[in-house]
Design a protein around this ligand. Structure first.
Ligand code: ATP
Ligand code: MG
Length: 361
């Protein structure tokens, strides 16, 4: 008791802000007949209340294993799982069951019970809750309303579309009023339009219910659509983590850049450079840069300043602006023309303004 109290204090102070989920040095090793599989290696994550936190990585990176450690569906080989200041690893089976009620989960293939109606599926987690039949029925109606599926109450899963099945799964996951919702590839089996509608629903639940959401995905578009923070996993490691504007403007690792480039048409520029296309030819006094900036007024002011101060000129090859987490995110590929020393000074200045700079050529 004494030690977990001390720890609670530590996490509260150490986090700087209120931690909802804290994973500390999580390692998970699966022992198989042939070998030991290191699915997760010393991964630490700090997720705050009301975050929509994305975890992205290629197949086999360890994403599902990591997210399953949050509710101890997988017990980490090493490390601590702290939810609302409580280390789940320390809890008795009974206390753990109670804590798990605060954590809902949804999956790629929905995992509904085929022989039960929508209402019965949603009511399932309320078994043993002590609620009366009427109370359960009322709760089911509320949940159906929340996921906009009132007319399907008596339907069976086989009579529903994929998007509708995921809505039922979401309603079921919310039956015990959890404060955390874990989503493991929840939209991977859905078409793009249905994906957008499920993501919109999740965002809405995050705002309305103040629920913290963790989303596992291999699609950066999903992260872009709703997450405020993201961690990138590779080979069991978290290679990078941060708020999405920072990650998109200043990615540090190669794998992060690869994921980001899947969501813009900027990859075409890389292909042109690769092919030595005349479109991306440079004069001797030119340098090609990619600029990534997160504030809408950065660009004009910056350009004007550079032209005036460093006697350089610009030629824009590619540009696009989109909105991420309510902030504009701009991508610009420019040819910068001028004397070498001036170009170098200009690049240093741009970096100092918090704009991401990559020298392409
Ligand atoms: N129960 C298990 N027993 C043995 N190895 C496992 C087990 N579960 C996962 N692994 C291994 O751990 C590694 C990480 O798997 P995990 O399912 O966490 O990856 P993932 O990032 O979710 O991949 P995907 O995107 O394909 O779902 C893989 O090499 C996988 O084979
Ligand atoms: Mg997985």
């Amino acid at each position: 008791m004494h030690s977990s109290f001390g720890r609670m204090f530590f996490y509260f102070i150490g986090g700087g802000s209120v931690s909802k989920i804290q994973l500390v040095n999580i390692t998970k090793i699966f022992k198989t007949k042939e070998n030991d599989v290191h699915a997760v290696r010393k991964a630490s994550l700090h997720i705050e209340e009301k975050d929509i936190f994305g975890v992205i990585g290629f197949s086999g990176a360890g994403k599902s294993t990591l997210i399953r450690c949050i509710n101890l569906l997988e017990r980490p080989t090493e490390g601590e799982v702290v939810i609302d200041g409580k280390n789940l690893m320390d809890l008795s089976a009974r206390d753990l069951r109670a804590e798990r009620k605060k954590i809902g989960m949804i999956f790629q293939h929905f995992n509904l019970m085929r022989s039960r109606t929508v209402a019965q599926n949603i009511a399932f987690p309320l078994k043993g809750s002590g609620l009366s039949k009427e109370q359960i029925n009322k709760k089911v109606d509320e949940l159906l309303e929340l996921v906009e599926l009132k007319d399907k109450k008596k339907a069976y899963p086989s009579q529903l579309s994929g998007g509708q099945k995921q809505r039922v799964a979401i309603a079921r996951a919310l039956a015990n009023d959890p404060s955390i919702l874990l989503c493991d590839e929840a939209t991977s089996a859905l078409d793009p339009q249905t994906t957008q509608s499920i993501l919109a629903l999740l965002k809405n639940l995050n705002e309305k219910l103040k629920i913290t959401i963790v989303i596992i995905t291999h699609e950066m578009a999903v992260v872009k659509a709703i997450c405020n923070k993201v961690a990138i996993m590779e080979d069991g490691n978290i290679v990078e983590e941060g708020n999405i504007i920072d990650i998109f403007t200043k990615p540090k690792s190669e794998v992060t850049r690869t994921f980001i480039n899947t969501t813009t048409s900027i990859h075409q520029i890389y292909e042109l450079i690769e092919k030595n296309d005349p479109l991306v030819d440079l004069d001797v006094d030119e340098t090609m840069l990619r600029l990534v900036y997160s504030s809408s007024n950065t660009k004009e002011a910056l350009m004007t300043y550079l032209v005036k101060t460093y006697d350089v000129s610009f030629n824009i090859i590619f540009g696009n602006v989109e909105v991420l987490a309510n902030s504009p995110l701009g991508n610009l590929v420019v040819k910068l023309k001028g004397e070498k020393a001036n170009i170098e000074s200009a690049i240093t200045y741009i970096k100092g303004q918090g704009v991401g700079v990559e020298v392409l050529k």
